[in-house]
Design a protein around this ligand. Structure first.
Ligand SMILES: NC(=O)c1ccc[n+]([C@@H]2O[C@H](COP(=O)([O-])OP(=O)(O)OC[C@H]3O[C@@H](n4cnc5c(N)ncnc54)[C@H](O)[C@@H]3O)[C@@H](O)[C@H]2O)c1
Ligand SMILES: O=C(O)[C@H](O)[C@H](O)COP(=O)(O)O
Length: 372
C-alpha cells in the first residue's frame, strides 16, 4: 500500500509503516501526479483536496486530515468517488484552549488587570469552545456562549446571539469552523459593522480561521483609533498575511494554537485508528509509545502560592509571548510556513504534575494540570 503524508505530520512512519510505504510531501505544493498509484493520503490544513488534486488519483481509497477544520477538503467529491474520509475532531482542543488561557493571563499581567469580574464570550462551543469553557469555569469567570447550530439542535440552552454577546462581553474568542455560505456562515462573522460596534478596551481572540474576521476592516478600525487588545493566531490569506495589522496586534502567531506535541500526535493517531477500522485490523499503537518525556514534569508550589501567582505557573509551561516573538523577529526572513514547520516543542499542562497545591487543587486540575 502507498501512503502519502504531509511532511509536517509527526509520527507517521511509527504509526503507518506496517500498512506500507510512507512518502512525505510539501503540503502547499502537492501536485496531482504525485497521487498516481497512491492508496492513502494524509494531509494537514494547507492542502486543498479538490477535483484538480485528485485528477490523477487512480487508486486512492482513504483520505485523512490531521485537523478538525475541513474547509480545505471537498468532502462531496470524496463521497462521490467512494473514497473514505476522516478528520481528527478534538485532537487539538486542549492545545487551543491552553493557548487562550495563556493569552488571557499574559494580557492580565501586561495590562495590570485580572480576570475577576470579566465576562468572556465564546463563539463556537464545539470541542475547543467546550474545553475552554471548562477551564474558565475552574477560574470562576463569567462566560457567555454563542453557537446557533448547537442551540437549534437542542444541545446548548445557554446560547445567546452574537450581537448580544459582543455587547456584553469584555473578551470574545472565536472557535468556529470556516463556513462560507448558508444560514450559519462564519466568513467575516466579525465584519466591518460588528468591528465598529466593539467597545473600547475589548479583547478579541481568533484561533479559528483567519477569514472569520475581515482583516482589512480590522486594520481600518485599528488605524482609525479603535482600542482593542487583539490576539490573532490565524489570518486571512495565510501564508501571505496582512503584515500591516501586526503593529496593532498584542500577540500574533503563525497558526500554531493547536500545535502542542500532544495535539499534533493525537491527530496522527486518530487517522491511524480510522485506517485500522477501514482495513479491519486491530489498532495496537498508542501515543504513550511515542511521546518523549517533557523537559519539565513537576512543579512544587509553596505555602504562599495564590491566585495572583497563577499566570507565572501557566507561563512556565506555555507563554504565548514566545510565539509572538518568533513571528515578529522571523516572519520577514523565514516566512509563515517555515515558522510553522520549525515550531518549537510545546507540551500540554497535563504533562506537568503540581505538588504542594493545597487549597488550589480544584482550580489547577480544572485548568488541566495533574495535581498531586
Ligand atoms: N488555530 C489553530 O491551530 C486551530 C486548531 C484547531 C482548530 N482550529 C479551528 O477552530 C475551529 C473549531 O474547532 P473545534 O475543534 O472546536 O471544532 P468543532 O467542530 O468541534 O466546533 C465548532 C463549533 O462551532 C459551531 N458553529 C458553527 N457555525 C457557527 C456560527 N455561525 N456561530 C457560532 N458557532 C458556530 C458548531 O456548531 C460547533 O459546535 C475548527 O473548525 C478550525 O477551523 C484552529
Ligand atoms: O483545524 C485544525 O485542526 C487546525 O487549524 C490545525 O491544527 C492547524 O493546521 P495544520 O497544522 O494542519 O496546518
Amino acid at each position: 500500500m502507498k501512503i502519502l503524508a504531509d511532511q509536517n505530520m509527526p509520527l507517521v512512519e511509527q504509526y503507518f509503516a506496517d500498512f506500507g510505504e510512507v512518502t512525505r510531501f510539501d503540503g502547499r505544493t502537492l501536485q496531482s501526479e504525485q497521487l498516481i498509484d497512491v492508496d492513502v493520503l494524509l494531509t494537514r490544513s494547507v492542502t486543498l483536496v479538490n477535483q484538480a488534486l485528485l485528477s490523477h488519483a487512480d487508486k486512492l481509497q482513504f483520505v485523512g486530515t490531521a485537523t478538525i477544520g475541513i474547509d480545505h477538503i471537498d468532502t462531496d467529491l470524496l463521497n462521490q468517488r467512494n473514497i473514505s474520509f476522516t478528520s481528527a475532531p478534538g485532537c487539538n482542543a486542549v492545545a487551543v484552549a491552553e493557548y487562550v488561557i495563556s493569552s488571557l493571563f499574559a494580557l492580565c499581567q501586561e495590562n495590570a488587570t485580572s480576570l475577576e469580574g470579566k465576562t468572556i464570550g465564546i463563539v463556537g462551543v464545539g470541542n475547543i469552545g467546550s474545553c475552554l469553557r471548562e477551564k474558565l469555569a475552574a477560574l470562576d469567570v463569567n462566560v457567555l456562549l454563542c453557537d446557533p447550530p448547537k442551540h437549534e439542535a437542542g444541545q446548548l440552552a445557554e446560547h445567546i446571539d452574537i450581537d448580544t454577546l459582543l455587547a456584553k462581553a469584555d473578551i470574545v474568542t472565536f472557535h468556529v469552523p470556516l463556513v462560507t455560505t448558508g444560514k450559519h456562515k462564519t466568513l467575516h462573522l466579525l465584519d466591518k459593522v460588528r468591528l465598529a460596534s466593539l467597545k473600547s478596551g475589548m479583547t478579541v481572540i481568533n484561533a479559528s480561521r483567519g477569514d472569520v474576521i475581515d482583516n482589512k476592516a480590522l486594520l481600518e478600525v485599528m488605524q482609525n483609533g479603535a482600542q482593542l487588545d487583539l490576539v490573532l493566531d490565524v489570518w486571512e490569506n495565510e501564508p501571505t498575511i496582512l503584515t500591516e495589522l501586526l503593529e496593532y496586534v498584542r500577540y500574533a502567531s503563525v497558526h500554531i494554537a493547536g500545535h502542542t506535541l500532544e495535539g499534533k500526535a493525537r491527530g496522527t493517531q486518530m487517522l491511524y485508528q480510522k485506517l485500522c477500522v477501514h482495513k479491519g485490523v486491530q489498532a495496537n499503537k498508542t501515543l504513550a509509545d511515542f511521546l518523549p518525556t517533557p523537559a519539565i514534569t513537576q512543579i512544587t508550589l509553596q505555602e504562599t502560592f495564590s491566585f495572583a501567582d497563577l499566570g507565572q505557573l501557566i507561563h512556565a509551561v506555555y507563554d504565548v509571548r514566545r510565539d509572538d516573538g518568533i513571528l515578529r523577529r522571523n516572519l520577514a526572513t523565514d516566512g509563515f510556513d517555515s515558522l510553522r514547520k520549525k515550531y518549537p516543542i510545546r507540551r500540554e499542562f497535563s504533562t506537568v504534575t503540581i505538588a504542594g497545591a493545597k487549597h488550589n487543587k480544584a482550580l489547577l486540575s480544572g485548568l488541566g494540570f495533574v495535581v498531586e
